[in-house]
Design a binder for this molecule. Structure first.
Ligand code: NAD
Ligand code: GLY
Length: 368
């Protein structure tokens, strides 16, 4: 069972590593522990610890290393300096040295925080990503973006720090709430929208099976998403250009998350809704075909994510979007689509942005 995994290579200036994807990977984590690891620090949340903590502790202890554990409070509201300090406290209290390896077990919140702790503890130690949400498996665990939120902005404090391995156990998705599955599927379909029309079509055909967590299509969706993300980060690790396309829908999404209060909308839900808004903007600003806007809307709807943006004054939307990290010299820049599978980053006329923000509920069901 443990040998049945798919492998994806990531090759960046900051590190080369393997993503292993398959059932039962939690029991095979030793394969990713480097021979010279002096100790292991498992970083997780209470929810995930209750489900998988002991099993992972047993797997890690079987490597013969000393294993310490940090259990953080759950949720986006805890992606803070206080949680980060808790990780540092444990590492220092147990006198972990520079050869120690952190193991991030959980969703994107834990992965981002443990990764940032690894980037900064003793000026940088190694870490392994063990993502347990679909969103983390297809996106946040790959590519080395790490960080925490600041009260003035999401993910505003962070570092690029690549993991030394990513271990994806597809079985753990069985315990994930449906809402979290839908949120992860929003990031899956994003890859089709921005860079692979064939994958977009495949997702549209297999969406029911994906929501049902059927093993074969689920494995393929995770593998293809990781391959596409690996292609992008291998070419542009530090987001000096191309990598920004991975933020399709995110300018609107970050405004939704901040405007509604972190944790009200799941990140992936906000991305789903934001991709519909970004498609509408692409239609106005770049002439994206109406049929493509309809197909995007329908596919987001099929994931189970909301497609109706929350009611917020336009001034609030604009102010929140202004603080997006893609903004240059005060000008908001969006990821826009020329067609499904072809994205570019550009500014858009304010009148088009306002028109999208004023629009009502998007027309779903235009394409069957
Ligand atoms: P999350 O980490 O909050 O996890 C969602 C919930 O699922 C949590 O309550 C968690 O305890 C629970 N959970 C995790 N695994 C479970 C399992 N197998 N069974 C049952 N419950 C489980 O949220 P997320 O959606 O995974 O991640 C969102 C975060 O990821 C955001 O902070 C976002 O900024 C970040 N992100 C980072 C990147 C990146 O490139 N670094 C990319 C995308 C998103
Ligand atoms: N999720 C966007 C990125 O990794 O760049």
């Amino acid at each position: 069972m443990e040998d049945q995994y798919a492998a994806v290579n990531v090759d960046t200036p900051g590190g080369r590593y393997l993503i292993r994807i398959g059932p039962g990977r939690l029991d095979a984590l030793a394969e990713s522990v480097p021979a010279d690891a002096s100790a292991l620090a498992l970083v997780t949340t209470q929810t995930v610890a209750d489900l998988y903590g002991q099993r992972v502790l047993d797997t890690l202890s079987a490597t013969g290393r000393r294993v310490v554990q940090v259990v953080l409070p759950d949720g986006e509201v805890h992606k803070t300096q206080a949680s980060l300090d808790k990780i540092y406290d444990t590492l220092l209290e147990h006198q972990l040295d520079r050869k120690a390896v952190l193991v991030a077990l959980g969703g994107g919140v834990v992965g981002d925080m443990a990764g940032f702790a690894a980037a900064t503890y003793m000026r940088g130690v190694r870490f392994i990503q063990v993502p347990t949400t679909l969103l983390a498996q297809v996106d946040s665990s790959v590519g080395g973006k790490t960080g925490i939120n600041h009260r003035l902005g999401k993910n505003m404090i962070g570092a690029f720090h690549q993991p030394i391995a990513v271990e994806i156990d597809t079985d753990v998705l069985q315990t994930l709430p449906h809402r979290e599955i839908s949120a992860g599927l929003a990031e899956v379909i994003k890859y089709g929208m921005i860079m692979d029309q064939g994958f977009f079509d495949w997702c549209a055909e297999h969406m029911a099976a994906l929501r049902h967590l059927d093993t074969a299509p689920l494995m393929y969706a995770i593998q293809r998403s990781c391959e596409l993300k690996a292609q992008v980060v291998s070419r542009d690790e530090r987001e000096s250009g191309l990598r920004a396309i991975l933020n399709f829908g995110h300018t609107f999404a970050h405004a939704i998350e901040a405007g509604m209060g972190y944790g009200q909308w799941l990140h992936g839900e906000a991305v789903g809704c934001g991709m519909v808004q970004a498609a509408q903007l692409s239609q106005r600003a770049l002439g994206l075909a109406n049929s493509d806007v309809a197909r995007i809307t329908d596919l987001v709807l099929a994931t189970g994510c909301p497609i109706q943006p929350p009611a917020m004054p336009i001034e609030q939307w604009m102010a929140l979007m202004q603080s997006d990290k893609k903004t240059q010299a005060g000008q908001i820049r969006f990821v826009l689509l020329e067609s499904i599978g072809l994205a570019r980053v550009d500014a858009a006329p304010d009148k088009d942005v306002h028109a999208v923000l004023q629009a009502g509920v998007p027309q779903a069901g235009a394409v069957s």
